[in-house]
Design a protein around this ligand. Sequence first.
Ligand code: GSN
Length: 223
Amino acid sequence: MAGKPKLYYFNGRGRMESIRWLLAAAGVEFDEEFLETREQFENLLKDGSLLFQQVPMVEIDGMRLVQTRAILNYVAAKHNLYGKDLKERALIDMYVEGTTDLMGIIRVHHKLPPEQKEKNLSLIIERATERYFPVYEKVLKDNGERFLLGSLMTWADVQLIETILMAEEKESTILSLFPLLQAFKTRMCEVPTIKKFLQPGSQRKPPPDEKFVATANRVFNRK
Ligand code: GSN
């Protein structure tokens, strides 16, 4: 039997965090190697581990996978979180891309200069409350079910709860107009694997800080 997946990335959220969330939600234990030095990264480049000279990289089932979306697809399909047919997959893909887009503007926030932060925060709030959250609220209302696709949890739900928690870190009242998303959040946080991932001491990472930025700059020889 294959061993645990091994994740190669910084000791921080970045693009790897959704992969950690998905593995954790699926109940899969994983190991992590944290990139701290340029030398570690160069060793991965030299031994051909990084197809496009980029991380995230995940060793899983005898493969070295790169490209975040490819890794997520593989994990979701392997652990039955990717729908029962092509039509469900298409819905999951749309819902996931929506949350990915919203996460994108949240994820860059810490890197912005102080004078751009306020504008970005307004954009996050506007996009969350006027574009993305109304869609997920309506999906939950229309199908009257526990999860976006019905009674079974999928990758779309996992990525939505990750996004909701990220958005709330920026604006704690951001869900106030979305009662079904509030109930969804409560339900998702009670899913045993997710409950465990939300406990202190899990492999979930905190919001990025200056140290995270400095480490990435060092590893990628930036500045
Ligand atoms: O989604 C993906 O995994 C790829 N399309 C992009 C991966 C990527 O940009 N990785 C960055 C670090 S994570 N932060 O953005 C990376 O490895 N950059 C170094 C480089 O030389 O591109």
